[in-house]
Structures are given as C-alpha cells and as structure tokens.
Write a protein that binds this ligand. Structure first.
Ligand SMILES: Nc1ncnc2c1ncn2[C@@H]1O[C@H](COP(=O)(O)OP(=O)(O)OP(=O)(O)O)[C@@H](O)[C@H]1O
Ligand SMILES: [Mg+2]
Length: 262
C-alpha cells in the first residue's frame, strides 16, 4: 500500500538539528515483517527512547542503523545527506557507535585493550603502542566520569555496570557522536543502573545524540527527551516525554492486539 504516510511518520517532534534519520524503512525476514515503513530521527544532543514489546522491531532498527543489516526499503540520512551504511565498521567511521546488549568484552584482556579491539594505536604501523593505548583509554574513561577501577584491570573482573561503561567508552573512543544502545541496563542491579543512567546523561551533556532501547519505563522517563513506540514492526506513536505519561506509552506499546501472535 502506498497512500498517505502516517501522521507522525515524517516530521519528528523536535526542533533540534537532525543528526541521524531513517525514513520509510522496511525489513522482512521470510514471512516475518520485522519493520514496516518506519521513520525515526535523532537530534543533536538528544536522547530518543525506542520502546515496544518483544519482537516489535527495535533491535532490527539498530542493526540497520549500525550497518549489520540492510533494509529492503527506505533511506538513512546523516546530517541530511543520504547514506548507505554498509557495515558496522563503516557506521563507526561515520561516527555511529553501538552498544549491543551482549557486550562482547574479552574477559581475559584488560579494560584498555577492550576499548580498542582491532583499532589499537600502533607504532611503526604495526606494533601496538601500549603506552598510547593506556593513555587514550584512561582519557576516555575520565571523559565518561564513571568509576572504573583502572584501565589495566581485567574486563572479566568488572561488575555489570562497569562492563557497560567499558562498552560505551569503546563506542565513543572511535569518535562517535551518535550512540545506539540496546537495553543497556537490562542485566544490571539498582546501583549499576543508576551509574549507567548518570553517564548517559553526561554523554548527552557533551552533545552526544543517543538512541536508547529500553523496556524500563522509569529509565525512559528519566532519560529520554522523546519516545518512539513500535508495535509489530510499525511505528505506532511518537511523543515528547514531558507531554506524555507512562500509561499512555504503555497503552501504545500493547495496543489493541495485545496477546496476538501476528
Ligand atoms: N535474523 C533474523 N531472522 C529472522 N527473523 C528475525 C531476525 N531478526 C529479527 N527477526 C524477527 O523480526 C522481528 C523483530 O525482531 P527484533 O529483534 O527487531 O525485535 P525487538 O523489538 O528487538 O524485540 P526484543 O524486545 O525481544 O529484543 C521478530 O519477529 C524477530 O523474530
Ligand atoms: Mg531486541
């Protein structure tokens, strides 16, 4: 069906400069429609929450924005210019950093090494420059203002919240200005969740644009400037956080077809 676009498909509810946007994205996996003509935009220094029930298409959205998956239809724009994001490496080069839910840190290696996996500073073009690596790692951790014991600590010895911090630090060490986070606090305890929330705020204060997937409405309402709601692969709503309520957002998430398996 072509027809009129949904009322809130095109213009995001923000007056900020749009850094990254997706327009009319669709993605099918065989018979499954993971995304159906969805649009979403992230403004400068803004936190946009992406919410929806299991299977709504949230991770698929992030996979497309980070170049892991190519959409069947739709366009992506960075600073208004159309881009094809070919791979996660390409996304990183474009300044789009991603923190996936399964963090993939290498436990047997120190924090500093985990920050650079595959992108270590080198001397003579091929030897890892350990001193520079540790310096740059310490700088990134400092910038995040989270309590990491020491960049020489083994990743395997860190708590969940600290691991999350390392994953975010790794994302921004590459010069990212857009950060995509898929359920950053899902596996964390209360105190660690607090810490992650505080450093996400800190990143926004530093001008970072953030897309945050979360099932936790408390986190969404504390952090986000705007919320976008997906249901069964479709965008069913977008709200400015200060103009909505948890009840309204939850209502949009579950919709009328709650319980159906379609
Ligand atoms: N690689 C894949 N192959 C086949 N189907 C897929 C694939 N990835 C996602 N899907 C399907 O696409 C739909 C959307 O999945 P997606 O992972 O984007 O949901 P989600 O909103 O992130 O859910 P959750 O909250 O459970 O993480 C689901 O029906 C899922 O089964
Ligand atoms: Mg997901």
């Amino acid at each position: 069906m072509s027809g009129m676009p949904a009322a809130d498909a095109a213009a995001p509810l923000t007056d900020r400069r749009i850094i990254l946007s997706a327009e009319g994205l669709s993605k099918h996996y065989g018979q499954v429609t993971a995304l159906d003509d969805v649009s979403l935009a992230i403004g400068e220094g803004e936190i946009v929450a992406l919410v929806g029930d299991n299977g709504a298409g949230k991770s698929t959205m992030i996979s497309i924005l980070t170049g892991l998956v190519q959409p069947d239809a739709g366009v992506l724009r960075l600073d208004g210019e159309e881009v094809l994001i070919e791979s996660p490496r390409h996304a990183q080069e474009l300044g789009i950093a991603t923190v996936f839910q399964n963090l993939a840190l290498v436990n047997q290696r120190e924090v500093a090494a985990n920050l650079f996996l595959g992108r270590e500073p080198t001397k003579f073009g091929f030897i890892v420059d350990r001193r520079r690596m540790v310096e740059q790692a310490a700088e990134a951790v400092q910038r995040l203002r989270v309590g990491l014991p020491n960049v020489r600590a083994l990743a395997g010895d860190l708590s969940g919240g600290q691991r999350q911090a390392v994953a975010v630090a790794r994302a921004i060490v590459g010069g990212g200005r857009v950060l995509l986070m898929d359920e950053p606090t899902a596996a964390l305890g209360v105190r660690e969740t607090r810490r992650v929330i505080e450093f996400v705020k800190e990143l926004r204060a530093q001008g970072m644009s953030i897309l945050l997937i979360s099932h936790n409405m408390q986190d969404v309402f504390e952090l986000a400037d705007r919320v976008v709601i997906f249901r069964q692969g479709k965008k069913v709503g977008e709200r400015v956080i200060s103009e909505t309520s948890m009840d309204e957002v939850v209502g949009l998430i579950v919709g009328n077809s709650y319980g159906s398996e379609a």
